[in-house]
Design a protein. Structure first.
Length: 345
C-alpha cells in the first residue's frame, strides 16, 4: 500500500470527532521514510529502522545487542543500556494537528508524523500510530475499545497536561487496551498518566515511562499510580521486556508500583517480565498473588533511585512461589545484589 500524505481536514482536522481517513486511503500523515533526521523538535534521528517499521506490517525493528553492563559501576537506566529520551519517541519531524477527542473507525488506519493535541479513541482493527506525539487532556492518550484488535503504538511520545485531565484534573491511561487481544507498544516516551500502560495482554518493549504526576481523583483520594498495570483476566500473553519503568510518585500520594500485576478482574496468567529497569512504588513489582500462574520474572534490575529497596517497602510483593510455571531468575538490585522474592505473597 502506498503511503499517501493527508491534510488534517482530510483525516480528522480540528474539532473532528471521527477519522475514517476516507473510503480507500488508510494512512494519515507524512509519507517520509522512518530513518531521516527528526524527533519532534527537528533533532537527529533516533536510530535506524528496518523495512518492517510498523507501517507495512513487518516486524518491529529490534534494538542492537549490547554487551552486558558492569552493574558495579552502572547506576542509571541510561548507563545500563535501558531506554531513555534519546532512544524513544518520534524519529521524524511532526506537523501539528489539533484533533480534540478523535475517534478512529477505519480498519488499517496509520497515523504518522502527527503532533496531536487531543486523544485517540479507536473503534477499528489494525490501527498503527507511529512517529507521532499525543498530548492529551482526556482520560487516556490512546484507547483501544472492546471488540477490536491489532493496535500498534511505535516510536511515539504520549503525555498529558497536569491539571487539565478528566479525572478531577488528572489523567489515567497513556495507552489502554479494552480489547481482547494483544496490543504492541514499543520505543515510546510516556509521561504524566497515573497508570501509563494499562492492559492484561500485550507486547510492551523498549519504552521509557517516567514523570508520572500524582493527583486526587474524583473520589477524593490519591489515584494509584503504576508505570505498567494489569488487572488480570487477560486472554492472551502479556510481555513486558526491556523497558525503563519509573514511578516517582511518593507512596502517600498514590505511588503503587513500577509494574502492578493485580488480580482485580481475574487471575494473572501468562506474563513475561524480562530485562526491565524498575523503580518506585510501595513495591517496585506486584507479582499477581495466590492465583498467578505462568509468570516469568527474569533478568530485571531493581533501581534504588527513589528508595533503598527499589520500592518503599521492597522490590517485590505478592509473588506466588508455588504457582504453576512461575519462574524467578536473574533479578538483581542496581548495585548487583540478587533479589529474591519472599517465600509467601
Amino acid at each position: 500500500m502506498a503511503l499517501i500524505a493527508l491534510t488534517a481536514s482530510a483525516c480528522g482536522g480540528a474539532g473532528s470527532q471521527d477519522a475514517d481517513c476516507g473510503a480507500t486511503t488508510q494512512v494519515c500523515g507524512s509519507a517520509a521514510p522512518a530513518v531521516p533526521g527528526g524527533g519532534a523538535n527537528g533533532g537527529g534521528a533516533k536510530g535506524a529502522a528496518t523495512s518492517g517499521d510498523g507501517v507495512s506490517g513487518g516486524p518491529t525493528p529490534s534494538r542492537t545487542p549490547q554487551s552486558p553492563p558492569d552493574l558495579a559501576t552502572c547506576h542509571t537506566a541510561s548507563d545500563c543500556g535501558f531506554p531513555d529520551a534519546s532512544s524513544t519517541g518520534p524519529r521524524i519531524g511532526l506537523k501539528p494537528h489539533r484533533t480534540g477527542a478523535l475517534t478512529i473507525t477505519k480498519d488499517g488506519t496509520v497515523i504518522r508524523g502527527w503532533d496531536i493535541t487531543g486523544s485517540l479513541d479507536i473503534y477499528a482493527d489494525n490501527v498503527t500510530v507511529i512517529d507521532s506525539k499525543v498530548t492529551s487532556t482526556n482520560w487516556w492518550g490512546i484507547n483501544l475499545r472492546a471488540g477490536f484488535h491489532g493496535l500498534r503504538v511505535l516510536y511515539s511520545t504520549i503525555t498529558g497536561v497536569p491539571g487539565k485531565g478528566q479525572d478531577n484534573g488528572g489523567e489515567d491511561y497513556a495507552v489502554s487496551n479494552m480489547g481482547g487481544s494483544s496490543v504492541e507498544v514499543g520505543f515510546c516516551d510516556i509521561s504524566v498518566f497515573s497508570d501509563a500502560l494499562s492492559m492484561g495482554q500485550g507486547n510492551l518493549h523498549d519504552n521509557y515511562v517516567h514523570g508520572i504526576v500524582p493527583f486526587v481523583d474524583q473520589a477524593g483520594e490519591w489515584a494509584h499510580t503504576d508505570a505498567v498495570i494489569s488487572d488480570g483476566a487477560g486472554s492472551d500473553k502479556l510481555v513486558i521486556r526491556h523497558n525503563t519503568l519509573l514511578n516517582p510518585a511518593s507512596v502517600p500520594r498514590g505511588g503503587t508500583a513500577a509494574i502492578g500485576l493485580y488480580a482485580d478482574t481475574g487471575a494473572v496468567l501468562n506474563t513475561v517480565v524480562d530485562d526491565n529497569w524498575l523503580a518506585g512504588g510501595a513495591y517496585a513489582l506486584y507479582g499477581g498473588g495466590d492465583g498467578a500462574n505462568g509468570i516469568q520474572v527474569t533478568n530485571n534490575v531493581f533501581s534504588t533511585e527513589y528508595y533503598p529497596g527499589s520500592g518503599l517497602y521492597g522490590p517485590v510483593a505478592h509473588w506466588n512461589t508455588k504457582g504453576a510455571g512461575n519462574v524467578w531468575r536473574g533479578n538483581r538490585m542496581s548495585d548487583g545484589k540478587p533479589v529474591n522474592p519472599p517465600a509467601k505473597p
